[in-house]
Design a binder for this molecule. Structure first.
Ligand code: MG
Length: 238
């Protein structure tokens, strides 16, 4: 290996190692341990979350429902790694189905979407239901989803909607990188996401809400979950 190639290999290895480590100002929401999971997550009623811990990951356990963070957040950067099982049954509505909900209301979809083309809608159901869609609102710009069984990475930048009384003066927005590729570029949220229906701007109950992970009849796994709160000052300059 010549020196340049060796140097590049070292840089790439360093970047890969760095990517796995949360930044110093992050709130770590799951570090692979039961202690971390119990400290940061509950079921949707605030009780102990019953998702299974498997090899340092948490698995969306069929009977255990959705889970949510104990803490609530507004504007954030969120990092989540997820994996669709390698041994899925033949394709159906629940193949890899899960999701990451910002403020508990706005879903970035998780699905088995390797080689699904968002442009020609070969997907047998709907384009805005595939991985990295803003569910029911906007399909991803491109589809860098890896094969089932491989780990995928979401890096999400979320700004909450702003209301003056009941009037929405600025919609929320979502930017998503899937496996390092920009797939949602500041999508202005139409309102809370929903299943095959257009939504309207609805004022959230609070300026902050939990991160929610969806249990949707498929044992999707998660690891390395961390979040950074973004200052309000950043919002005012946008
Ligand atoms: Mg979903």
């Amino acid at each position: 290996m010549n020196r340049n190639v060796l140097g590049l290999a070292v840089v790439v290895a360093a970047l890969a190692a760095g990517a796995a480590k949360p930044p110093s100002d992050a709130v770590v929401l799951f570090d692979g341990t039961q202690k971390s999971f119990d400290a940061n997550w509950t079921d949707m009623k605030g009780r102990k979350a019953k998702w299974k811990l498997v090899d340092g990951t948490i698995e969306a356990t069929r009977s255990a429902g959705d889970i949510r963070t104990r803490r609530e957040f507004g504007d954030v950067q969120l990092h989540v790694e997820w994996q669709v099982p390698a041994n899925l049954p033949p394709y159906d509505m629940n193949s890899g189905n899960s999701g990451v909900f910002m403020m508990g209301l706005y879903e970035v979809q998780i699905f088995e979407s390797h080689e699904t083309d968002p442009a020609d809608m070969k997907h047998p159901f709907y384009a805005d239901g595939q991985a990295a869609s803003i569910y029911g609102q906007n399909p991803p710009l491109v589809n860098p989803t890896r094969r089932r069984g491989e780990w995928q990475t979401y890096d999400i930048v979320f700004y909450r909607p702003v209301f003056d009384g009941a009037k929405c003066v600025r919609p929320g927005s979502v930017t998503v990188f899937l496996n390092g590729v920009l797939v949602q570029d500041g999508w202005p949220l139409e309102g809370p996401t929903g299943h095959i229906r257009r939504t309207r701007q609805t004022k959230p109950p609070s300026d902050k809400g939990p991160v929610k992970l969806q249990q949707h009849l498929c044992p999707v796994r998660f690891c390395n979950v961390w979040i950074r709160e973004l200052p309000e000052a950043r919002r005012r300059t946008r």
